[in-house]
Design a protein around this ligand. Sequence first.
Ligand SMILES: Nc1nc2c(ncn2[C@@H]2O[C@H](COP(=O)(O)OP(=O)(O)OP(=O)(O)O)[C@@H](O)[C@H]2O)c(=O)[nH]1
Ligand SMILES: [Mg+2]
Length: 194
Amino acid sequence: MSFINFAAREINCKIVYYGPGLGGKTTNLQQIYDKTTDKQKGKMISLATETDRTLFFDFLPLDLGTVRGFKTRFHLYTVPGQVFYDASRKLILRGVDGVVFVADSQAERMDANVEALDNLQDNLKEHGYDLMKVPYVLQLNKRDLPNALPADQLKRDLMKRNEATFEAVAFQGQGVFETLKEVARQVLLELKKG
Ligand SMILES: Nc1nc2c(ncn2[C@@H]2O[C@H](COP(=O)(O)OP(=O)(O)OP(=O)(O)O)[C@@H](O)[C@H]2O)c(=O)[nH]1
Ligand SMILES: [Mg+2]
């Protein structure tokens, strides 16, 4: 649910990056953080383990221009991908406006992709959201690795609807902003409808 602050003329939207552990969710946010101006962004907050696995969430507020005189502020979150942090994932999805699923293209991570996607669908449902209807983008990450499956095969196995898909090499910034722009576009479109 986007939050509109009329006094401040500000629209607040929440985007959640979801996906299997080590797929590159936090890396997406780090790239966005690194490549935006100070004026555009707030502090990036990360709660992580010593080995940089997301413990609770990564959070980055980002200003993406104005819509009819309202400043649009996107709050980007990532969930911890590790299977046993399901309670955190569920909590972070609360009030979500748009979802990016960051899939790991490596063949040996296919089961983890499918499991995380099922988990996303279940957790959205618990909040009353439908994966078939929410603003949603599928990112195929780690395209640089030799064991990456062909993109067509990943799409066949992971696409849920006619969603936009982007190939990415997140740690090099490739595909990161394309993904963000598309999910933001969809969220703003929903806002205009509502
Ligand atoms: N080769 C390659 N490595 C990547 C890519 N994107 C991210 N990585 C690396 O993958 C590792 C995990 O990335 P994270 O962004 O921490 O993964 P995550 O999805 O946030 O993981 P959790 O927080 O445990 O759920 C890091 O070492 C990244 O540098 C990519 O496109 N290609
Ligand atoms: Mg992470």
